[in-house]
Design a protein around this ligand. Structure first.
Ligand SMILES: NC(=O)C1=CN([C@@H]2O[C@H](COP(=O)(O)OP(=O)(O)OC[C@H]3O[C@@H](n4cnc5c(N)ncnc54)[C@H](OP(=O)(O)O)[C@@H]3O)[C@@H](O)[C@H]2O)C=CC1
Ligand SMILES: CC(=O)[C@@H](O)[C@H](O)COP(=O)(O)O
Ligand SMILES: [Mn+2]
Length: 438
């Protein structure tokens, strides 16, 4: 049974800055501490958590902060809907939503949250407009307008290169951006940070591995860190027969641990998602590529680790539930409780070397990072085209790394600039379409 985020917490259910705990055992730690502070009473446990165990009671201290005004870009997607569950749980005011073509879900969200502004694709604009209540404005095909709308924090969860411009629009208004759109960081990381700094905007990571590193690095001197260690589930084909060229989109969409949008799920199957996250970490933390490691951890409970020069490793552990890192991104450095059940620590947790011969996409991402400039932008664009073609049944699974290699070797790379990025993106898309006659 899922933990119940649909219920708004009772007054006083948020906790104060007193919950600024260390980086360890986030999910379990939050709930357990809240429970202990609430007196550790065993009854009345009100519902069962996602793992079937009883969740702790919700009577925690009074919040010390006013509710936040939240905007969500990509509100109808996997991250967007979970961000809105967190918003409801935390009592946020949802002021603006940007979606694409899922009119039914957007309309439902508008009825629930009554935002001031929404954006949707032109194809569904009439349907959405007809359902809008008085007080909600519609900006057709303008997620950047939603991003720029006055808010305290913006969840940036439009996937791919399309998410970059709205993310920048939020940063240019000095908003705190909770960044799920890893591609923005991969394609333009140093320039994204430059924009954030120029406008006094804050960036916190939503991606679970980045959230883990962000938490593990808190309070640690940079000089003490030896390496960042990203965990990867290994995807659905970790134990599959050697030849993956004939695997179907349906099989590739069966992620072993996470339930996510199609693009990131296929990227997980090729291990390119981990490649994107290597680049995302490289730019987000301004950290050298050669000191970023990847380890396969099929249980997806250790979300990443920091290796210190003194030999210690610090890990962040939690249920594989994106509402945890979303709430961290929205609330850090505070740690209010969630309604999730404590994570049981009983079970087998495995760690393996990644197989870069079977999954070449990971090595190609490192190579793009070493080349620098617009190489990551070209690689990202090639992947977007290839994943779309694979999902449409037009190319095979192993054509995805072929497309990446083609973009890396055939598209000329330039120094990073706002002019060079769209050029590299266009050129890589063109090259991959030509390669497969798409
Ligand atoms: N899902 C997850 O658990 C994780 C996701 N991420 C990252 O978060 C981002 C979002 O992923 P996810 O939520 O899975 O994706 P989904 O495919 O589930 O959702 C995408 C959302 O973005 C909207 N959208 C897509 N394209 C556009 C566009 N051009 N303009 C406006 N809106 C658009 C969609 O609208 P509609 O559906 O209405 O058409 C939908 O609301 C990605 O960058 C992903 O890599 C990172 C870690 C985990
Ligand atoms: C939940 C999340 O952050 C995803 O990016 C996840 O990491 C995908 O799983 P893989 O580890 O299989 O890439
Ligand atoms: Mn991730």
């Amino acid at each position: 049974m899922q933990a119940d985020y649909t219920e708004t917490p009772p007054a006083g259910a948020a906790c104060t800055g007193a919950y600024r705990v260390g980086a360890y055992g986030v999910g379990a730690c939050w709930a357990a501490r809240a429970w202990l502070r609430a007196g550790g009473r065993l009854a009345p446990a009100r519902r069962k958590g996602h793992n079937g165990r009883m969740t702790p009671p919700y009577d925690a201290p009074t919040p010390d902060a006013p509710p936040k005004r939240l905007s969500v870009l990509g509100s109808t997607g996997s991250i967007g809907t979970q961000a809105l569950q967190v918003a409801r749980w935390r009592g946020y005011e949802v002021v603006a939503l940007a979606a694409g073509r899922n009119a039914a879900r957007l309309i439902e969200q508008v009825r629930t949250f009554r935002p001031q502004l929404v954006s949707c694709d032109a194809a569904v604009a009439d349907e959405v407009r007809a359902a809008l209540p008085a007080g909600t404005q519609l900006a057709v095909g303008e997620p950047a307008a939603v991003a720029a709308h006055p808010a305290d924090v913006v969840v940036a969860a439009i996937p791919g290169y399309a998410g970059l411009e709205p993310t920048l629009a939020a940063l240019r208004e000095g908003r705190h951006v909770a960044l799920a759109n890893k591609e923005a960081m991969v394609v333009a990381g140093p320039l994204v940070w430059e924009t954030a700094r120029a406008h006094g905007a804050r960036l916190t990571p939503v991606d679970s591995e980045l959230s883990a590193l962000f938490q593990c690095l808190q309070g640690e001197p940079r000089e003490a860190v030896a390496a960042l260690v990203l965990t990867a589930s290994g995807g659905p084909f970790r134990l599959a027969p050697e030849d993956l060229s004939g695997v179907s989109p349906a099989a590739a969409l069966k992620h072993p641990t996470w339930n996510m949008g199609h693009k990131v799920t296929i990227d997980s199957a090729t291990l390119f998602n981990k490649g994107l996250e290597v680049l995302e970490s490289h730019f987000f933390f301004d950290w050298p590529l050669e000191r970023i490691e990847v380890v396969i951890h099929p249980q997806s409970l250790v979300h990443s680790l920091v290796r210190f020069k003194d030999g210690n490793l610090k890990a962040q552990i939690g249920s594989h539930d994106m509402r945890l890192p979303i709430q961290v991104a929205l609330e850090a450095p505070d740690r209010p409780p969630t309604p999730l059940a404590p994570l049981p620590l009983v079970g087998v947790w495995e760690f393996y070397e990644p197989d870069t011969a079977r999954f070449p996409s990971l090595a190609l991402a490192y190579e793009a990072g070493r080349r620098g400039g617009t190489a990551p932008a070209a690689l990202n664009a090639a992947d977007e085209v290839a994943v779309e073609a694979f999902l449409a049944g037009r190319i095979g699974f192993m054509d995805i790394p072929r497309a990446l290699e083609h973009a890396l070797t055939q598209v000329p790379h330039a120094a990073l600039s706002w002019e060079a990025i769209p050029e590299a993106d266009r050129e890589a898309r063109r090259a991959v379409r030509a390669l497969f006659r798409l």
